[in-house]
Write a new protein. Sequence first.
Length: 340
Amino acid sequence: MTGSNLPPSLERLGWSGFFAAQVEPAEADLAPRRVASVHRARIDTIDTTGPVGFELPASANTADFAVGDWVLADPLTGMFVRRLDRKTVFQRRAEGGHGQQLAAANVDTLFIVTSCNADFNLGKLERYLIMANQAGTNPVIVLTKADTADDAGLFEQQAKALQRDLPVIVLNARSGDAVSLLKPWCGAGQTVALVGSSGVGKSTLVNTLAGPASGTMQKTGGIREHDAQGRHTTTARSLHAISGGGWVIDTPGIRTLYVSDVTDAIDTLFAEITDLTPLCRFRDCTHVHEPGCAVQAAVATGTLSADRLERWRSLLAENRDRTPVVSGPRGNKIVRKKKY
C-alpha cells in the first residue's frame, strides 16, 4: 500500500508517505483509520467516508491511544489490527505519575493558546514550548482576547522573545479574522492541536476554525475576572475538521505541566544560553559563580534577562529530578528512553 494508490481524500485526513511506508504487503487489504476521540471504554475513528465503526480487543487499553493516531483495521469487522508509528506525539507526566499521559499524535503545528490578561505567564508558555520542541512539531503562540487588552502589543513582544523565529498571532477567537490569521498552518491535510489553560478561548477558537456548519460545536465557558481562571469546558480530546481542509485537536485545560526527559527541548528553547555556554572559561560552568562565565557576562550587560536565566535553572533541575533512570551495566545510571 502506498500513498499513490490511496484515495486522495485519505491524504486530506493527514495520511502521508510516512504512514504508507509502514504498511506491510500482507496488510494491503486493511483499512487505515484515524483516531478522532478517545474515551475510557471506546475509541472513535474516521476514514474517507466519515465516522466508522471500530472495535478493540478485550485486552486493549484505550490509554495506549491518542487522538490523531493512525490505525489499521479489518475493513469487514472494524476490528483493530495495529497502530502505526507516530510522526509526532504530545505527552506529559502527571504529578505523582510514573508514566506519560498521551495528549495528541501526528500533529504538525501546536497552537499554544493564552490570553492578553492575567493568564499570560512566561514560565507557563516556556513549558508548552518545551512540550512542542520535544514532540518535534512547530509551535505557534496564539494570544486571544486581544480586544480586551489596552495594549496587546506588549504581550506579543514578550511572547516573541521566548524562542527564536517563534510565530506569535494576536487575535479575537470569535472573529472571522482568526481563520485567515491561522490559515498558514491549517491547510488541507494539516493537523493542529490547541493547548493552554481553561478559559483562554481554545474551544471558541476550535468552533471558529471548524465553522458553524461543522455540527460538532464545542462548549465554551467564562472566566473569573480577577485571575483569568476558567472552568474545564472541554473534558476529552477530540479531532475536528477545519473548514479549510485541515484538522484541529482540542484538549482539556492543563493547570500544571511538568517537564521530564526533555533536555534537548530545553536547549532549543533557551538557545541564547546554549550558544553562550561554549564561550565560558570552564567546560562544566554552572553559570552561577565561576569566573569567565559568558552567560553571567550577558546578564551583566543586559543582553540576557536574569529572570530568564533563573527559569532555565529551574527547568533543568525539574527535568533532572523528574526524569526516571534505570540501572545499566555495572550499576551505571542510564536515562530511560521513551518509546513512541
